[in-house]
Design a protein around this ligand. Structure first.
Ligand SMILES: [Zn+2]
Ligand SMILES: [Zn+2]
Length: 389
């Protein structure tokens, strides 16, 4: 039985096995299920039973191409590495000295713990930790980023630093819980843009999960108008449900810059949150904002793109890049979700058992049945059984 020294458990209510099922990455695109020991929480860490984990486009990048994962200083392949980073679950064991969370508490989990000792971690920019990936051998800085530099969530149990946990309301479903980090990433984009957006105009480009959450968060922050651009009517429709005042389908309106400007009185918008990774996206974004406006780039582009720097300089445009969910933005996003300021579950489309992860990945990757957010659950059968009893 799992009983590590110094670790608090409650086996009556939350029995913990010694080993667990975990997916591991072999060659690019190859996942297989393995048995791994249940990890042991150290100081300032808890053990989380993973109740649900969502698949993200970045998981697909890691599984098929490698970066931005960095395992033992290099590519993540054939290193017994478990990917997956958008998870939520239940705290089932407490490391030494932990009293901030209790056994049985439901939590969403931020991806990036960082190292906790570099300049950026101290500033709350733990997603930009200067010791990213330095958590091995004699250069061990103790960096942690679930599913990027340390084992992630496509398994049953994982340890997490208490600073990455976000307590979630009992009414929030497991599936919605996995979306706290997605909404938190959108919140971080708006935080970096200045945060105070009530009455200011925002355009979001790209209706993927982060783009759709950016629409919802911008609206919850009082932005007016909120405009969403994209190519798929079904996703633009979800954007309208989440609070967009206007949508622009680029297939129908090829001059997307003119269309966005027209919707905001001709001068352009105050903020653009770029979530499409399209090759034309940066130049479109800097032309959509008004003079002195701000652009936040939140999508990983696949290739280098030429940018009209003179336009940016002449018009005093600010361009930001964000990585992930920094500055505790998840807590602010969760507060909006708890207050039902928007319904994040509108972007959740499919749930599969953990054992069917390859099917779930295929749905996410090929957008089968218009999949947006696909979730896997380790104990789906048990949960459904309980609900039926
Ligand atoms: Zn993600
Ligand atoms: Zn750091």
């Amino acid at each position: 039985m799992y009983a590590p020294a110094g670790v608090k458990t409650n086996h009556n209510e939350f029995p913990i096995p010694d080993s667990q099922r975990a997916w591991v990455l072999g060659d690019p695109g190859q996942l297989s299920i393995a048995t791994k020991p249940v990890p042991v929480p150290k100081k300032a860490e808890v053990l989380v039973r993973i109740d649900a984990v969502a698949i993200c486009a970045t998981d697909l990048e890691i599984i098929y191409h490698g970066p931005p994962a960095s395992i033992q200083g290099g590519m993540p392949f054939n290193k017994n590495f478990t990917p997956g980073h958008e998870y939520m679950g239940t705290v089932v064991a407490l490391g030494p000295g932990v009293d901030e969370y209790g056994i049985g508490q439901r939590v969403a989990v931020e991806i990036h713990a960082g190292c906790g000792q570099c300049k950026r971690c101290r500033e709350g920019m733990y997603t930009s930790c200067h010791n990213y990936g330095l958590n091995y051998g004699d250069v061990d800085k103790g960096h942690r980023a679930n599913g990027f530099t340390t084992d992630g969530g496509f398994c049953e149990y994982q340890v997490n630093n208490i600073n990455t946990l976000v307590a979630i309301a009992d009414e929030m479903s497991d599936e919605e819980g996995t979306l706290v980090v997605t909404a938190g990433t959108a919140m971080y984009a708006l935080t970096e843009l200045g945060g105070l957006v009530a009455g200011e105009s925002v355009c979001v480009t790209g209706p993927g999960p982060i783009g759709l959450m950016a629409v919802a968060v911008a609206k919850a922050l009082g932005a007016q108008p909120v405009i969403l651009t994209g190519t798929r009517d079904n996703r633009l429709k979800i954007g309208l449900d989440l609070g967009a005042d206007h949508v622009v389908n680029i297939h129908k309106e090829p001059d997307v810059v003119a269309a966005v400007k027209k919707l905001n009185g001709g001068k352009g918008v105050d903020y653009v949150v770029e979530c499409s990774a399209a090759t034309s996206a940066v130049n479109d974004a800097v032309r959509m904002v008004n003079r002195g406006g701000r652009v936040c780039l939140a999508a990983f582009a696949h290739e280098e793109v030429p940018v009209d720097v003179a336009h940016i300089v002449r018009n005093n445009i600010y361009v930001y890049g964000i990585r992930g969910e920094g500055k505790s933005a998840t807590h602010r996003a969760e507060a909006f979700m708890k207050q039902k300021r928007f319904d994040a579950t509108k972007i959740h489309t499919h749930t599969f058992p953990l054992d069917d992860l390859p099917t779930a990945i295929r749905y996410a990757k090929d957008r089968v049945e218009d999949a947006i957010k696909v979730v896997v659950k380790a104990n789906m059968g048990a949960a459904q059984k309980e609900a039926a009893e």
